[in-house]
Design a protein around this ligand. Structure first.
Ligand SMILES: [Zn+2]
Length: 245
């Protein structure tokens, strides 16, 4: 890795070659290769995260192109994870990037989590979000989760330390959760940009500063509001509560 590439980043207070190398050595697993993954990957790689696995079983469709900007018309019907791997490999000589061309199930995640330090949930469905939470909680691996629909976005990050909540505390499974994805309620690309780049910023914070705390941020582009509700552990949570299963 040529540190000159990161010259401007290394000028920042508290940044150092040691930190830059630590960032490079962090193994990242990005679940999903869609609208959030594009800005997320852009800013992870340009910050210097050099070891990344991308998992997605989907193929590129025409309706993806307006927001999944690393794809173009020549990528139609190709595997998303594979296309992303090739694009980043060609653009950044320092990167070790792998594609996992499937939708991850719980057993896959249990195998993968051993080899990864940070897990990014950029998927578009609650099933994957719950699986990611369950496995990350069990292995105490930091989870950074992003979701968006319409003009709304949410980023939540969990460190799974004692007294720290989990994704299930925030969105309990027994609630009637509408599966509102961009498939049925649309999406504005700029909200994806905010969510993805904020997820990459949280990753940097976790690596640079062990004092990172679990947090959640909501963004509403219809009134340009940003809020950070207080996160609280749910003592009755099935995953991290007192009577967990
Ligand atoms: Zn919980």
């Amino acid at each position: 890795m040529n540190l000159d590439f990161f010259e401007k980043q290394l000028l920042i207070d508290n940044f150092s070659e040691k930190l830059q190398k630590k960032i490079f050595d962090t193994n990242c697993l990005v679940i999903g290769g869609g609208g959030i993954a594009h800005p997320l990957l852009t800013y992870l790689v340009s910050t210097g995260f050099g070891n990344i696995s991308i998992a997605d079983g989907d193929k590129v469709e025409l309706s993806n192109l307006h927001r999944q900007y690393h794809f173009n018309a020549s990528d139609l019907n190709k595997r998303k994870a594979e296309v992303l791997k090739e694009k980043f490999k060609n653009e950044y000589e320092f990167i070790d990037i792998k594609s996992i061309n499937k939708f991850l199930e719980e057993k896959d995640l249990f195998e993968l989590i051993e080899h990864h330090d940070l897990i990014f949930d950029a998927s578009d469905n609650f099933q994957t979000r719950y699986i990611s939470n369950d496995v990350c909680h069990e292995h105490k691996k930091p989870l950074i989760s992003g979701a968006a629909e319409g003009m709304l976005g949410i980023v939540a990050a969990f460190n799974f330390k004692e007294d720290s909540p989990c994704y299930e505390c925030l969105f309990p499974r027994n609630y009637d959760l509408n599966e509102n994805t961009c498939q049925n309620s649309g999406i504005t690309p700029s909200v994806l940009g905010i969510i993805g780049s904020f997820m990459a910023s949280i990753a940097l914070k976790i690596i640079a500063d062990n004092a990172f705390r679990s947090s959640v941020m909501r963004i509403n582009l219809s009134d340009l509001s940003i809020s950070q509700p207080k996160l609280k552990k749910d003592v009755s949570c099935k995953i991290c509560g007192e009577n967990k299963g």
